[in-house]
Design a protein around this ligand. Structure first.
Ligand SMILES: Nc1ncnc2c1ncn2[C@@H]1O[C@H](COP(=O)(O)OP(=O)(O)O)[C@@H](O)[C@H]1O
Ligand SMILES: [Mg+2]
Length: 305
Protein backbone atom coordinates (compact mmCIF):
# COMPACT_ATOMS: atom_id res chain seq x y z
CA UNK A 1 0.00 0.00 0.00
CA UNK A 2 1.24 3.45 -0.94
CA UNK A 3 0.09 6.45 1.08
CA UNK A 4 1.01 9.82 -0.34
CA UNK A 5 0.28 12.54 2.19
CA UNK A 6 0.36 16.24 1.43
CA UNK A 7 3.30 15.84 -0.89
CA UNK A 8 5.02 18.99 -2.17
CA UNK A 9 8.16 19.33 -4.24
CA UNK A 10 9.87 22.61 -5.03
CA UNK A 11 12.91 22.24 -7.28
CA UNK A 12 13.66 25.94 -7.52
CA UNK A 13 12.26 28.68 -5.33
CA UNK A 14 11.81 30.89 -8.38
CA UNK A 15 9.41 28.39 -9.94
CA UNK A 16 5.99 27.15 -8.85
CA UNK A 17 6.05 23.78 -7.05
CA UNK A 18 6.38 20.78 -9.39
CA UNK A 19 4.06 18.90 -7.00
CA UNK A 20 1.74 20.66 -4.62
CA UNK A 21 0.03 19.11 -1.61
CA UNK A 22 -0.83 15.80 -3.30
CA UNK A 23 -2.65 13.23 -1.18
CA UNK A 24 -3.49 9.82 -2.62
CA UNK A 25 -3.67 6.18 -1.54
CA UNK A 26 -3.05 3.15 -3.69
CA UNK A 27 -4.32 -0.02 -2.12
CA UNK A 28 -3.29 -3.63 -2.56
CA UNK A 29 -5.06 -5.17 -5.55
CA UNK A 30 -5.67 -1.77 -7.08
CA UNK A 31 -4.37 -0.18 -10.26
CA UNK A 32 -4.27 3.59 -9.87
CA UNK A 33 -3.81 5.51 -13.09
CA UNK A 34 -1.98 8.84 -12.88
CA UNK A 35 -2.84 11.13 -15.76
CA UNK A 36 -1.62 14.61 -16.61
CA UNK A 37 0.00 16.54 -19.42
CA UNK A 38 3.76 16.62 -19.82
CA UNK A 39 5.24 18.66 -17.01
CA UNK A 40 2.24 18.15 -14.71
CA UNK A 41 4.32 16.48 -11.98
CA UNK A 42 3.78 12.75 -12.54
CA UNK A 43 7.43 11.70 -12.71
CA UNK A 44 8.32 13.95 -9.79
CA UNK A 45 5.65 12.28 -7.64
CA UNK A 46 6.72 8.81 -8.73
CA UNK A 47 10.41 9.56 -8.12
CA UNK A 48 9.62 10.73 -4.61
CA UNK A 49 7.60 7.57 -3.93
CA UNK A 50 10.50 5.49 -5.26
CA UNK A 51 12.82 7.23 -2.79
CA UNK A 52 15.23 8.55 -5.40
CA UNK A 53 14.44 12.22 -4.69
CA UNK A 54 13.20 13.86 -1.50
CA UNK A 55 9.98 15.77 -0.99
CA UNK A 56 10.10 19.41 0.11
CA UNK A 57 7.24 18.63 2.50
CA UNK A 58 4.65 15.94 3.07
CA UNK A 59 5.42 12.25 3.20
CA UNK A 60 5.05 8.87 1.57
CA UNK A 61 4.42 5.63 3.41
CA UNK A 62 5.08 2.32 1.69
CA UNK A 63 3.47 -0.55 3.56
CA UNK A 64 3.51 1.83 6.50
CA UNK A 65 7.22 2.70 6.21
CA UNK A 66 8.29 6.28 5.59
CA UNK A 67 10.23 6.44 2.31
CA UNK A 68 12.59 9.11 3.68
CA UNK A 69 13.10 8.05 7.27
CA UNK A 70 12.95 4.27 6.72
CA UNK A 71 14.21 4.25 3.17
CA UNK A 72 15.77 0.76 3.17
CA UNK A 73 12.73 -0.95 4.61
CA UNK A 74 10.26 1.05 2.48
CA UNK A 75 12.24 0.47 -0.75
CA UNK A 76 12.08 -3.30 -0.31
CA UNK A 77 8.36 -3.10 -0.96
CA UNK A 78 8.65 -1.06 -4.15
CA UNK A 79 9.36 -1.95 -7.74
CA UNK A 80 9.95 1.09 -9.95
CA UNK A 81 10.00 1.21 -13.74
CA UNK A 82 11.26 4.67 -14.76
CA UNK A 83 10.13 6.54 -17.83
CA UNK A 84 13.55 6.22 -19.44
CA UNK A 85 15.34 3.35 -17.74
CA UNK A 86 19.03 3.98 -17.37
CA UNK A 87 21.48 1.30 -16.32
CA UNK A 88 25.17 0.84 -15.89
CA UNK A 89 26.01 0.83 -19.64
CA UNK A 90 28.46 -2.06 -19.52
CA UNK A 91 26.32 -4.06 -17.13
CA UNK A 92 24.87 -7.43 -18.18
CA UNK A 93 21.38 -8.64 -17.38
CA UNK A 94 22.07 -11.57 -15.05
CA UNK A 95 24.76 -10.01 -12.83
CA UNK A 96 22.66 -6.85 -12.51
CA UNK A 97 19.53 -8.74 -11.51
CA UNK A 98 21.54 -10.74 -9.00
CA UNK A 99 22.94 -7.53 -7.59
CA UNK A 100 19.43 -6.09 -7.18
CA UNK A 101 18.26 -9.36 -5.65
CA UNK A 102 20.95 -9.04 -2.99
CA UNK A 103 19.38 -5.79 -1.94
CA UNK A 104 16.16 -7.70 -1.16
CA UNK A 105 18.10 -10.31 0.79
CA UNK A 106 17.73 -13.01 -1.86
CA UNK A 107 20.60 -15.51 -1.97
CA UNK A 108 22.68 -16.07 -5.15
CA UNK A 109 21.15 -19.39 -6.19
CA UNK A 110 17.56 -18.26 -5.86
CA UNK A 111 18.52 -14.98 -7.55
CA UNK A 112 19.97 -16.87 -10.52
CA UNK A 113 16.77 -18.89 -10.95
CA UNK A 114 14.57 -15.83 -10.63
CA UNK A 115 16.73 -13.87 -13.08
CA UNK A 116 16.39 -16.62 -15.67
CA UNK A 117 12.64 -16.87 -15.17
CA UNK A 118 12.13 -13.10 -15.44
CA UNK A 119 14.44 -12.58 -18.42
CA UNK A 120 12.53 -15.30 -20.26
CA UNK A 121 9.17 -13.91 -19.20
CA UNK A 122 10.05 -10.43 -20.47
CA UNK A 123 11.79 -11.60 -23.59
CA UNK A 124 15.30 -10.41 -22.73
CA UNK A 125 16.82 -13.85 -22.28
CA UNK A 126 18.34 -13.98 -25.78
CA UNK A 127 20.13 -10.68 -25.15
CA UNK A 128 21.46 -11.58 -21.71
CA UNK A 129 25.09 -11.69 -22.81
CA UNK A 130 25.05 -8.26 -24.43
CA UNK A 131 25.86 -5.14 -22.39
CA UNK A 132 22.80 -3.06 -21.55
CA UNK A 133 24.04 -0.14 -23.62
CA UNK A 134 23.35 -2.25 -26.72
CA UNK A 135 19.69 -2.80 -25.77
CA UNK A 136 16.94 -0.95 -27.63
CA UNK A 137 14.73 1.37 -25.58
CA UNK A 138 12.00 -1.28 -25.55
CA UNK A 139 14.42 -3.95 -24.31
CA UNK A 140 15.67 -1.61 -21.60
CA UNK A 141 12.09 -1.09 -20.53
CA UNK A 142 11.40 -4.83 -20.41
CA UNK A 143 14.62 -5.41 -18.51
CA UNK A 144 13.63 -2.64 -16.14
CA UNK A 145 10.34 -4.45 -15.45
CA UNK A 146 12.21 -7.69 -14.76
CA UNK A 147 14.44 -5.73 -12.36
CA UNK A 148 11.41 -4.22 -10.61
CA UNK A 149 10.00 -7.72 -10.09
CA UNK A 150 13.10 -9.43 -8.75
CA UNK A 151 12.27 -8.78 -5.09
CA UNK A 152 8.55 -9.56 -5.53
CA UNK A 153 7.51 -6.23 -3.98
CA UNK A 154 3.92 -5.41 -2.99
CA UNK A 155 3.89 -2.08 -4.81
CA UNK A 156 4.77 -1.10 -8.36
CA UNK A 157 5.46 2.28 -9.93
CA UNK A 158 5.22 2.41 -13.72
CA UNK A 159 6.10 5.77 -15.26
CA UNK A 160 4.64 6.04 -18.79
CA UNK A 161 5.23 2.35 -19.30
CA UNK A 162 2.49 1.95 -21.92
CA UNK A 163 3.78 4.90 -23.88
CA UNK A 164 5.37 4.20 -27.23
CA UNK A 165 4.47 0.51 -27.31
CA UNK A 166 2.89 -1.06 -30.35
CA UNK A 167 -0.69 -2.36 -29.91
CA UNK A 168 0.50 -5.86 -29.09
CA UNK A 169 2.96 -4.48 -26.55
CA UNK A 170 0.21 -2.41 -24.96
CA UNK A 171 -2.00 -5.47 -24.69
CA UNK A 172 0.76 -7.58 -23.15
CA UNK A 173 1.61 -4.86 -20.68
CA UNK A 174 -2.03 -4.40 -19.69
CA UNK A 175 -2.41 -8.13 -19.16
CA UNK A 176 0.74 -8.06 -17.07
CA UNK A 177 -0.57 -5.23 -14.90
CA UNK A 178 -3.89 -6.97 -14.46
CA UNK A 179 -2.00 -10.06 -13.33
CA UNK A 180 -0.19 -7.93 -10.72
CA UNK A 181 -3.54 -6.65 -9.54
CA UNK A 182 -4.81 -10.21 -9.31
CA UNK A 183 -1.80 -11.06 -7.17
CA UNK A 184 -2.87 -8.29 -4.80
CA UNK A 185 -0.19 -5.76 -5.75
CA UNK A 186 -0.70 -2.01 -5.60
CA UNK A 187 0.03 -0.54 -9.03
CA UNK A 188 0.62 3.14 -9.78
CA UNK A 189 0.76 3.79 -13.52
CA UNK A 190 1.29 7.20 -15.08
CA UNK A 191 0.44 8.36 -18.57
CA UNK A 192 0.00 11.65 -20.37
CA UNK A 193 -2.76 9.97 -22.41
CA UNK A 194 -5.86 9.34 -20.33
CA UNK A 195 -7.33 6.78 -22.71
CA UNK A 196 -4.22 4.59 -22.27
CA UNK A 197 -5.34 4.06 -18.69
CA UNK A 198 -8.97 3.50 -19.52
CA UNK A 199 -8.99 -0.27 -19.84
CA UNK A 200 -6.63 -1.04 -17.03
CA UNK A 201 -7.00 1.37 -14.10
CA UNK A 202 -9.50 1.00 -11.27
CA UNK A 203 -9.22 4.69 -10.52
CA UNK A 204 -7.48 7.53 -12.31
CA UNK A 205 -5.94 10.45 -10.46
CA UNK A 206 -5.60 13.55 -12.60
CA UNK A 207 -2.80 15.99 -11.92
CA UNK A 208 -2.55 19.46 -13.37
CA UNK A 209 0.36 21.80 -12.77
CA UNK A 210 1.36 19.83 -9.69
CA UNK A 211 -2.10 19.69 -8.16
CA UNK A 212 -4.38 16.70 -7.95
CA UNK A 213 -7.60 17.97 -9.45
CA UNK A 214 -9.73 14.85 -9.61
CA UNK A 215 -9.80 11.13 -8.90
CA UNK A 216 -12.13 9.31 -11.26
CA UNK A 217 -13.55 5.91 -10.47
CA UNK A 218 -13.59 3.36 -13.24
CA UNK A 219 -17.39 3.22 -13.13
CA UNK A 220 -17.52 6.94 -13.99
CA UNK A 221 -15.22 6.63 -16.98
CA UNK A 222 -17.78 5.25 -19.39
CA UNK A 223 -20.11 8.20 -19.08
CA UNK A 224 -17.27 10.76 -19.15
CA UNK A 225 -16.16 9.41 -22.47
CA UNK A 226 -19.58 9.65 -24.04
CA UNK A 227 -20.77 12.64 -25.96
CA UNK A 228 -23.71 14.76 -25.12
CA UNK A 229 -25.77 16.72 -27.57
CA UNK A 230 -27.30 20.14 -27.14
CA UNK A 231 -30.38 20.91 -29.21
CA UNK A 232 -32.09 24.26 -29.46
CA UNK A 233 -35.71 23.97 -30.54
CA UNK A 234 -38.04 26.60 -31.84
CA UNK A 235 -40.86 25.17 -29.79
CA UNK A 236 -40.29 22.68 -26.99
CA UNK A 237 -42.59 20.86 -24.59
CA UNK A 238 -42.51 17.87 -22.26
CA UNK A 239 -43.31 15.36 -25.03
CA UNK A 240 -39.78 15.85 -26.40
CA UNK A 241 -38.50 13.53 -23.65
CA UNK A 242 -40.47 10.58 -24.96
CA UNK A 243 -39.23 11.14 -28.50
CA UNK A 244 -35.56 11.43 -27.57
CA UNK A 245 -35.16 8.97 -24.70
CA UNK A 246 -34.06 6.20 -27.07
CA UNK A 247 -30.85 8.20 -27.73
CA UNK A 248 -29.74 8.77 -24.14
CA UNK A 249 -30.83 10.56 -21.01
CA UNK A 250 -32.83 13.66 -21.81
CA UNK A 251 -32.84 16.93 -19.91
CA UNK A 252 -35.12 19.77 -20.94
CA UNK A 253 -34.37 23.36 -20.09
CA UNK A 254 -36.88 25.63 -21.83
CA UNK A 255 -36.23 25.40 -25.54
CA UNK A 256 -32.83 23.83 -24.97
CA UNK A 257 -32.67 20.06 -24.74
CA UNK A 258 -29.64 18.03 -23.69
CA UNK A 259 -29.16 14.35 -24.43
CA UNK A 260 -26.40 13.00 -22.20
CA UNK A 261 -24.63 9.63 -22.36
CA UNK A 262 -25.42 9.51 -26.02
CA UNK A 263 -25.80 5.91 -27.18
CA UNK A 264 -25.50 6.47 -30.91
CA UNK A 265 -22.32 7.40 -32.77
CA UNK A 266 -21.92 11.07 -33.47
CA UNK A 267 -22.20 10.41 -37.19
CA UNK A 268 -25.80 9.33 -36.63
CA UNK A 269 -26.92 12.53 -34.95
CA UNK A 270 -29.17 13.16 -37.97
CA UNK A 271 -31.46 10.49 -36.50
CA UNK A 272 -32.19 12.87 -33.64
CA UNK A 273 -33.07 15.68 -36.01
CA UNK A 274 -35.27 13.33 -38.06
CA UNK A 275 -37.13 12.10 -34.98
CA UNK A 276 -37.81 15.66 -33.87
CA UNK A 277 -38.80 16.78 -37.34
CA UNK A 278 -41.12 13.77 -37.72
CA UNK A 279 -42.92 14.78 -34.53
CA UNK A 280 -43.40 18.35 -35.71
CA UNK A 281 -40.57 20.14 -33.90
CA UNK A 282 -38.33 22.71 -35.53
CA UNK A 283 -34.65 22.36 -34.75
CA UNK A 284 -32.72 25.63 -34.66
CA UNK A 285 -29.34 24.08 -33.81
CA UNK A 286 -27.79 20.81 -32.72
CA UNK A 287 -24.24 20.60 -31.38
CA UNK A 288 -22.10 17.92 -29.81
CA UNK A 289 -20.77 19.05 -26.46
CA UNK A 290 -17.88 16.65 -25.90
CA UNK A 291 -16.20 14.07 -28.05
CA UNK A 292 -14.85 11.44 -25.79
CA UNK A 293 -12.53 10.75 -22.93
CA UNK A 294 -9.42 12.39 -24.31
CA UNK A 295 -11.27 15.59 -25.09
CA UNK A 296 -12.77 15.62 -21.63
CA UNK A 297 -9.30 15.11 -20.18
CA UNK A 298 -7.76 17.91 -22.22
CA UNK A 299 -10.53 20.23 -21.13
CA UNK A 300 -9.86 19.31 -17.53
CA UNK A 301 -6.08 19.69 -17.64
CA UNK A 302 -5.84 22.24 -20.44
CA UNK A 303 -4.15 25.54 -20.16
CA UNK A 304 -7.42 27.39 -19.65
CA UNK A 305 -8.01 28.84 -16.19
N1 LIG B 1 15.29 17.88 -11.80
C1 LIG B 1 14.48 18.93 -12.01
N2 LIG B 1 14.89 20.18 -11.74
C2 LIG B 1 14.07 21.25 -11.94
N3 LIG B 1 12.83 21.15 -12.41
C3 LIG B 1 12.36 19.93 -12.70
C4 LIG B 1 13.15 18.75 -12.52
N4 LIG B 1 12.43 17.67 -12.89
C5 LIG B 1 11.22 18.15 -13.29
N5 LIG B 1 11.19 19.50 -13.18
C6 LIG B 1 10.01 20.35 -13.49
O1 LIG B 1 8.95 19.93 -12.66
C7 LIG B 1 7.72 19.95 -13.38
C8 LIG B 1 7.09 18.57 -13.34
O2 LIG B 1 7.88 17.69 -14.14
P1 LIG B 1 7.61 16.12 -14.19
O3 LIG B 1 7.38 15.63 -12.82
O4 LIG B 1 8.72 15.51 -14.96
O5 LIG B 1 6.24 16.06 -15.00
P2 LIG B 1 5.57 14.86 -15.84
O6 LIG B 1 6.24 13.59 -15.47
O7 LIG B 1 4.13 14.92 -15.47
O8 LIG B 1 5.77 15.21 -17.28
C9 LIG B 1 8.04 20.48 -14.76
O9 LIG B 1 7.80 21.85 -14.78
C10 LIG B 1 9.51 20.17 -14.90
O10 LIG B 1 10.12 21.07 -15.77
MG1 LIG C 1 7.14 12.18 -16.70
Amino acid sequence: MIQIQGLTKIYRKSQPPAVKNVTLEINQGEIMGFAGLNGAGKSTTIRIVSGIIFPTSGKVLVNGHDIVREKVEASKHIGWVPELPNFEPNGKAIPLLKYYAGFYGIGPREAEEKAEMLLKKFNVWEARKRPLKDYSQGMKKRFSIAAAMIGDPDNFLFDETLNGLDPEGVKNMRDFMLSLKKDGKAVFLSSHILSELENVADRIAIIRRGELIKVIDRSELGSLGKSSVKITLHNSDSKVSGILEEFGSVEINGNVVYIRDLNIPQAENYRITEALFGAGYRVISITTESEGLEEYFLQLVGEGK
